[in-house]
Design a protein around this ligand. Structure first.
Ligand SMILES: [Mg+2]
Length: 228
């Protein structure tokens, strides 16, 4: 199922602007500070303010899903929950695990004269902290994290991709998005941008292909090799 170098080269040939998801393609955000632990801390913060946890919050182990849940049930708590999550994500990226080949994609994009934007449901501040800590800031033109206090901005909403495209001034025919979730592919489709599916776990490739990814890779290095 993994794309051949030729298929990748064909997909990447017209590309001037690489839009890159963060958690997955660049690093594993919650590798050192596990997502269920982050979710637990987020819940504790909510309860510490004397608030009653909305229904379903106790069982949710995905911090970003938890933010959505809070936003749906208690819009008044969205802003403060988002700020608390952004702080926890910033803590998490200090011990995140870099994705093999992720850095190479940034280098290769720069070497080949392409612009890179990071487009992610994670907090922009956390992404910028990671890039700075790893000496990668100058490879990235702009970071588009979820709109603070507005989790509806998160993919599969194409909003962040459209903002990134607008900022770069390249039309969708000159863009590629690289993501590791079906919602990335859906967001790409809604924005009119083809998406390369990064299948970093077995079984993911099928989901990404079903969602409409133009090609599937199981290694970021393959994309880096095809960019140069
Ligand atoms: Mg991801």
């Amino acid at each position: 199922m993994t794309a051949t170098p030729q298929q990748l080269a064909d997909v990447l040939r017209p590309v001037k602007h690489v839009l890159l998801d963060f958690d997955g393609p660049v690093c594993s955000v919650f590798a050192g500070f596990p997502a269920p632990e982050v979710a637990r801390r987020l819940r504790e913060g909510l309860l510490a303010t004397g608030e009653q946890a909305p229904a379903g919050v106790e069982e949710e182990n995905d911090p970003l899903a938890l933010l959505r849940l809070v936003a749906d049930a208690r819009p008044d708590l969205t802003a403060s929950t988002d700020i608390a999550l952004a702080m926890l994500e910033t803590e998490a990226v200090r011990v995140a695990r870099p994705t093999p080949g992720g850095e190479s994609v940034l280098h290769a994009a720069a070497l080949s004269g392409r612009l890179v934007s990071v487009v992610s449901n994670n907090a922009g501040a956390a992404i910028e902290a990671y890039l700075a800590a790893h000496g990668l800031s100058h490879y990235v033109a702009s970071v588009f994290g979820r709109a603070p206090g507005d989790p509806s901005s998160m993919k599969p909403n194409p909003r962040l991709l459209l903002e990134a495209m607008e900022a770069a001034g390249a039309g969708p025919e000159h863009c590629i998005f690289i993501g590791d979730a079906a919602r990335d592919v859906e967001a790409g489709e809604a924005a009119g941008i083809p998406t390369i599916g990064y299948a970093n776990k077995s079984g993911k490739g099928i989901k990404l292909a079903a969602a409409g990814a133009v090609v599937i890779v199981d290694s970021m290095q393959l994309i880096a090799d095809a960019l140069v």
